[in-house]
Design a protein. Sequence first.
Length: 96
Amino acid sequence: MSRNSALILILCAGSLSGCAADYLNHYDSVTLAAGDTQKFNSMLQTVDPLNPNARNTKIEGDGARAAAVAKAYKYPPPPPPPPAITVNVGGSGVTP
């Protein structure tokens, strides 16, 4: 490779990398992984973002029922056995 062709190759690579940098400069965010800033700003300016029921401290439920559900989740019942296989050999009484 001659010295002139190497110089041309370096100049072409430099000009292409400049285009990519210019393309990345046209984003509206600080980084490419900035997220949904418009939704964050609208939630930040909301007067009371919590659900009114979030202040309800009276939890309706039964402790024994909750314990049974937790036990059923931790120790699930065994699956039912597979159905019996029936084989019909010979005439079944069906006429063609």
